[in-house]
Design a protein around this ligand. Structure first.
Ligand code: PLP
Length: 384
C-alpha cells in the first residue's frame, strides 16, 4: 500500500513507540500522586512540556495537554465564551477544520455572535475582511495551514489587522512541518496535535499566552494547572515529545524532500491527466503552502464521482483522500474548495495527496501512474 494520506494521520515513528512503551508498562503512575511512582510520571510530563513548548517558542507554563487537535480547538472557542467569559463574539474563516467550524456553529446556536470570513480563490483569508472585528471581546480563529489544500495563512498580518482581539490559530497541520513560533505569529492561543507528525493519536496541546485568565472547559480534577481536567496520558505525552523532537531536528531536510516529491507528483499528474486542475497554489506561491499537500480536481468533474476516484485508487493500492465529508450516506462538496470558488462538482471530485518525510520517489511515481489510470477508466466508463 502506498500511503499518501499523511494529513489525515501518519505512521507512528519507531523511536516514538519505543519511548512510549516503558510508560505503558512499568511507569503507570498517576502524575497527580505524591508517591514515587506518581512523581516519576510527573517529571516525564513536565520534561515533555518544556520541550514541546520550546518547539513553538512558548514557556512551558503556557502549554497544556489535551486529547488532540479537536479538543484543543473546541476548548479554546468554548472556554473563551462560556467558562473564561473573555469574549462575546467569535470570528472564524470559512475554511476552518470542522473542529473549529462546528463549535462556532454551536456557540451561535447558544446565542453568541459568530461571523464567518470568506477566502480568495487561493484560499487565503484577507486582512481587510478581518479589520472590522478589532475588539477585545472578540475571538478570532484562523487556521495556520489548511488540511485540504495546504495553504498557509499569513497569521501575523491577520493578527495585526485586529490587535485588540484575542487570536487563536489551529496549527495542527503546521507544527513540526514548518516553523511555528507563537511570538512571531502574535497569537494568544494555538492548537497542536501529535499524530500528524508520526506521534501517537489521542494527544495534543493548547498554547495560552501568559496573562490570559483561561478557565477549563473540561472540568473535574485540577490537572494541567486547572486548565484541563483528566489524568494525563504519560505515554502519549512522551510520544508527542519524541515526535516533535524528531520533526524539529529534521525540519529543513524533510521540508526540502517533500517539496521535491510534491513537485514531481504535480509534474506527473499535469502531464498525464488532461483537464486536471491544481488547487494547491504550489507553483505560484510555494512559500504559502505546506510542503506535503497537493490537492487536485478535474474540469470535467460533473462526469467523475469523487468517492469512486478514492475507492478505485485504494483498490489499486494507493491511499489518498478528499476533504468532502460524507453526511447521511451522501458525499458533500468540500467546504474549503467551495470557499475558493470551485463548483460543487469539482469540490466533490477532488483528491488530496499528502506526503510524509518517509514518502519515496517510487511511491509518488506509482501513485501518479495509478491516478492517471483511474481517471482515464472513470472517464471512459461515464462516456459509455
Ligand atoms: N485541525 C486540523 C487542521 C486538522 O487537520 C485536524 C485533523 O485532521 C484537526 C484539527 C483535528 O485533530 P485531531 O485529529 O488531533 O483531533
Amino acid at each position: 500500500m502506498i500511503y499518501l494520506d499523511n494529513s489525515a494521520t501518519t505512521a507512528i515513528d519507531e523511536e516514538v513507540l519505543d519511548a512510549m512503551l516503558p510508560w505503558l508498562r512499568g511507569g503507570y503512575g498517576n502524575a497527580s500522586s505524591i508517591h514515587t511512582v506518581g512523581r516519576t510520571a510527573r517529571v516525564a510530563i513536565e520534561d515533555a512540556r518544556i520541550e514541546i513548548a520550546d518547539a513553538m517558542g512558548a514557556h512551558p507554563a503556557e502549554l497544556f495537554f489535551t486529547s488532540g487537535g479537536t479538543e484543543s480547538n473546541n476548548t479554546v472557542l468554548k472556554s473563551c465564551v462560556h467558562e473564561s467569559l473573555l469574549v462575546n463574539r467569535v470570528v472564524v474563516s470559512a475554511i476552518e477544520h470542522h473542529a473549529v467550524l462546528y463549535p462556532a456553529e454551536e456557540l451561535k446556536r447558544m446565542g453568541t455572535e459568530v461571523h464567518i470570513l470568506p477566502t480568495n480563490s487561493n484560499g487565503e483569508v484577507l486582512s481587510q475582511a478581518l479589520a472590522p472585528y478589532n475588539s477585545p471581546t472578540t475571538l478570532v480563529s484562523i487556521m495556520h495551514a489548511n488540511n485540504e489544500t495546504g495553504v498557509i495563512q499569513n497569521i501575523s498580518a491577520l493578527r495585526n489587522a485586529v490587535p485588540n482581539a484575542l487570536f487563536h490559530t489551529d496549527a495542527v497541520q503546521t507544527f513540526g512541518k514548518i516553523p511555528v513560533d507563537v511570538t512571531q505569529l502574535g497569537v494568544d492561543f494555538l492548537s497542536v496535535s501529535a499524530h500528524k507528525i508520526h506521534g501517537p493519536k489521542g494527544v495534543g496541546g493548547v498554547f495560552v499566552k501568559k496573562g490570559i485568565d483561561f478557565k477549563a472547559h473540561q472540568q473535574g480534577g485540577g490537572q494541567e494547572r486547572n486548565r484541563r481536567a483528566g489524568t494525563e496520558p504519560v505515554a502519549l505525552i512522551v510520544g508527542f515529545q519524541v515526535a516533535i523532537r524528531k520533526a524539529m531536528l529534521g525540519l529543513k531536510e524533510s521540508h526540502a524532500h517533500m517539496v521535491k516529491l510534491r513537485t514531481l507528483l504535480e509534474d506527473l499528474l499535469t502531464s498525464n491527466i488532461p483537464d486536471i486542475r491544481i488547487n494547491t497554489p504550489s507553483r505560484i506561491h510555494p512559500e504559502k503552502t505546506l510542503p506535503n499537500i497537493l490537492n487536485v480536481s478535474f474540469i470535467d468533474a460533473e462526469q467523475l464521482d469523487g468517492e469512486s476516484l478514492i475507492q478505485n485508487m485504494d483498490v489499486m493500492g494507493v491511499a489518498v483522500s478528499n476533504g468532502s465529508a460524507c453526511v447521511s450516506g451522501s458525499q458533500q462538496p468540500s467546504h474549503v474548495l467551495v470557499s475558493m470558488g470551485l463548483s460543487n462538482a469539482e469540490s466533490k471530485a477532488a483528491i488530496r495527496f499528502s506526503l510524509a518525510r518517509t514518502t519515496t520517489k517510487e511511491n509518488v511515481v506509482a501513485a501518479a501512474t495509478i491516478c492517471s489510470e483511474v481517471v482515464r477508466k472513470l472517464r471512459v466508463a461515464t462516456r459509455n
